[in-house]
Design a protein around this ligand. Structure first.
Ligand SMILES: Cc1cc2nc3c(=O)[nH]c(=O)nc-3n(C[C@H](O)[C@H](O)[C@H](O)COP(=O)(O)O)c2cc1C
Length: 207
């Protein structure tokens, strides 16, 4: 059976830098036989978590919007590639809104002690793509931490990062062939069940 790979693009810029890398990674995965799906958060209507905490009792988010559809895809996926620009040293707001809405998964796992990921023992893995306009020593620290906890509630192993520094202009990533190549390679690698997941996320950081 083909691996189901979901790509989530959080950038507000259509065909922005992180979005183009995500598309490249998904095409690498597709060429390796994965069944890929691409979602762009800006095309969807997802409002922010209101901290009503009803999910602590029901296990479900009570806000009816496009999050419910994204959640179904997140639960079904074997692989996730999450792409975001760096905004103020972290993921962008669109990404954070989706992440916060997944509090219902946290409630299921840690309050209600049940898993929404039902179909057997699943080998679920996730990777992050992030692009920042400058170069700073700590530029990806917050992303790393946020995504570590996010992938934990998704019951996905955090297997790789593709972090790109100093690409700011719209579409500037097209002038960075190595970044595009690495995105394709990592997408292709992610599309396999063959290799066991690494103990720590593999880091590819390019300038
Ligand atoms: C609101 C905002 C905040 C930003 N914050 C940072 C930042 O903290 N560090 C940085 O290096 N670049 C920052 N940038 C630049 C973007 O990360 C950069 O332009 C990136 O290429 C955007 O990726 P995208 O095309 O995928 O959206 C910021 C840009 C915006 C619009």
């Amino acid at each position: 059976m083909a691996i189901k790979m979901l790509g989530i693009s959080a950038s507000p810029r259509l065909k922005g830098n992180s979005d183009l890398l995500l598309r490249e990674a998904l095409s690498g995965a597709e060429s390796a036989g994965a069944q890929v799906e691409y979602i762009r958060l800006c095309d969807l209507n997802i409002s922010a978590c209101v901290e009503c905490n009803s999910c602590y009792e029901t296990g479900q988010c009570r806000i009816e919007d496009d999050y419910q559809m994204v959640l179904a895809k997140l639960l079904e996926a074997d692989r996730l590639i999450f792409a975001t620009p760096i905004f103020f040293m972290n993921v962008c707001a669109q990404a954070k809104i989706l992440i916060d809405r997944c509090q219902c998964l946290w409630a299921n796992k840690y309050v209600l002690k049940k898993s929404l990921i039902t179909s057997g023992a699943r080998d679920r893995r996730a990777m992050v793509i992030a692009v920042g306009g400058t170069k700073g020593k700590k530029m990806f620290d917050s992303v790393r931490l946020t995504m570590k906890y996010y992938f934990d509630v998704l019951d996905m192993q955090y297997v790789a990062n593709l972090f790109i520094n100093k690409v700011d202009d719209y579409g500037g990533i097209k002038k960075h062939p190595l970044a595009m190549k690495e995105a394709c390679r990592l997408g292709e690698e992610l599309a396999s069940f063959a290799k066991p997941p690494p103990k720590k996320p593999i880091d590819v950081e390019l300038t």
